[in-house]
Design a protein around this ligand. Structure first.
Ligand SMILES: NC(=O)c1ccc[n+]([C@@H]2O[C@H](COP(=O)([O-])OP(=O)(O)OC[C@H]3O[C@@H](n4cnc5c(N)ncnc54)[C@H](O)[C@@H]3O)[C@@H](O)[C@H]2O)c1
Length: 434
């Protein structure tokens, strides 16, 4: 590990406190926009290919290197890059360590990491240690030690670490961030959000084996995928910027869904239908904050159900509910008794990021185009050598819910304390600027 550099550390803290507190749009000159950011991408499976295609739409992104364990995937990604950029990127594949060579390339500014989650922290740490800005898929780490190591390494090297939490860039989520900032909901008290998405088919290979998602379900029981739910709520509540999580408690149901699904797909006698899955089908986690707020998180990927992130936000002046995309606000002449559609508020309180980028973003792909402004912010931050709005403390705090929820479930739902990854600085850090 690098020795701490006090200059880097101070520069980093300054960047985190001041520059990282703002979304990029509105402060970007033409010269800055045209400056290319040289990227390598590791892990070009489903998500990685999607992210690569979005990156190739951003004028500033220059893909110099691609890597995947599977050489056909590396070649496929390189072809897509060549077609778009007119130049073939360097290719790395074949072993689980081939990415180490990519990270060390001298001609890269940043590394996008879209591998299975166990690789996220080792790859992000290696990138920071050689001066490259990591943009890492969710969650950024699996253990508390890795969460701390991300924070320590980022502070010591002066290299920010961005987690690619795309739900924070959903159009409604960002308009709500603005509305919260303008006091429309009064004082926030509670949020409820969930990753509720039928992902049973993604746990198994067509040949009757387990994918990394299926393997994960045999190894732990908690909330393995909390960041889509907690990210927006944490930004609305200024977590790490005026408030912080102090504890959580977590409970899971029995694990039934994957076994039943495997029996239907492969037959009741198949080993996957008799497999012991540890991960309960529904996990419920309750977080408490220093300022007396609560967040309820759900994780449910093994049940037949429509996709729903809930995204409920309750303040002293009203409520928003993402499941129905509606809200109810109390005003001097009207109680909050009826739901109203959110659409007119979306238009009125559009976040500046979406005002500027909506045309390109909506054409760019999935999740309503959220990845486009997300990478726009990341590339801007790299070109300015500053932290993106989602910084290393967000990555550590949101990801820490993975091991902490498992610890609570293992103890029958016992309250577990939340580490303060900012070491007290949450009290002085400014809220995200709009
Ligand atoms: N933010 C979102 O909305 C979203 C959506 C889907 C997936 N994800 C995240 O993206 C990541 C990838 O998910 P996916 O669905 O694309 O999985 P996937 O299995 O389709 O792709 C992962 C790729 O990583 C490669 N890989 C594995 N180990 C590697 C190594 N050591 N070096 C290089 N390549 C390696 C695999 O060969 C594979 O091609 C996961 O962390 C997942 O949680 C996020």
């Amino acid at each position: 590990m690098n020795e701490p550099s006090e200059i880097n550390r101070r520069a980093f803290l300054k960047a985190g406190l001041v520059v990282g507190a703002a979304f990029a749009v509105g402060r970007t000159s033409r010269a800055e926009v045209s400056k290319p950011v040289r990227l390598g991408i590791i892990g070009v499976g489903n998500r990685g290919m999607g992210q690569l295609r979005t990156l190739l739409l951003l004028p500033r992104a220059e893909i110099r290197a691609v890597c995947d364990l599977i050489s056909e995937r590396t070649t496929r990604a390189a072809q897509v890059v060549s077609e778009r950029q007119g130049r073939e990127p360097a290719m790395y594949s074949g072993t689980e360590e081939a990415w180490e060579k990519l990270v060390k390339r001298e001609d890269l500014d940043a590394v996008v990491i879209t591998t299975p989650p166990v690789w996220h922290a080792p790859m992000a740490l290696a990138a920071m240690r050689v001066g490259k800005y990591p943009a890492v898929e969710v969650p950024a780490a699996q253990t508390l030690e890795d969460c701390w190591e991300l924070v320590r390494t980022s502070e010591q090297t002066g290299i920010p670490c961005t987690m690619l939490e795309n739900v924070c860039y959903f159009r409604n989520v960002m308009a709500l961030l603005r509305m919260v900032g303008e006091g429309m909901f009064g004082e926030l008290l509670h949020c409820e959000a969930g990753y509720q998405h039928d992902c049973r088919s993604l746990a198994f290979t067509p040949e009757g084996g387990l994918t990394w998602r299926g393997e994960r379900a045999t190894q732990a029981n908690g909330n393995p995928y909390p960041t889509h739910a907690v990210g927006p709520a944490a930004q609305w509540m200024n977590i790490n910027r005026g408030d912080r999580f102090v504890s959580l408690t977590s409970a899971s149901t029995a694990a039934v869904g994957l076994r039943e699904y495997a029996a239907l797909k492969f037959g009741a006698e198949h080993s996957l239908a008799r497999q012991r899955y540890l991960q309960g089908d529904l996990n419920t986690t309750i977080l408490q904050t220093a300022n007396g707020r609560t967040i309820t998180l759900y994780y449910n990927t093994s049940s037949p159900r429509p996709y729903d992130l809930i995204l409920r936000l309750q303040g002293t002046k009203g409520i928003y509910l993402g499941s129905t995309d509606s809200l109810s606000l109390e005003t001097a002449d009207k109680p909050a008794e009826k739901w109203e559609p959110f659409a007119p508020y979306q238009e009125k309180f559009e976040h500046p990021v979406w005002k500027k980028l909506a045309a390109e973003a909506v054409k760019s792909g999935g999740h309503g185009g959220a990845e486009y402004p997300m990478f726009y912010d990341f590339l801007h931050a790299v070109s300015q050598r500053t932290a993106a709005p989602q910084d290393v403390y967000d990555a550590a705090v949101w990801s820490a819910i993975v091991p902490l929820s498992c610890a609570s479930v293992a103890k029958g739902g016992k309250l577990v304390k939340f580490p303060d990854f900012t070491r007290g600085r949450w009290q002085k850090r400014a809220p995200l600027a709009i």
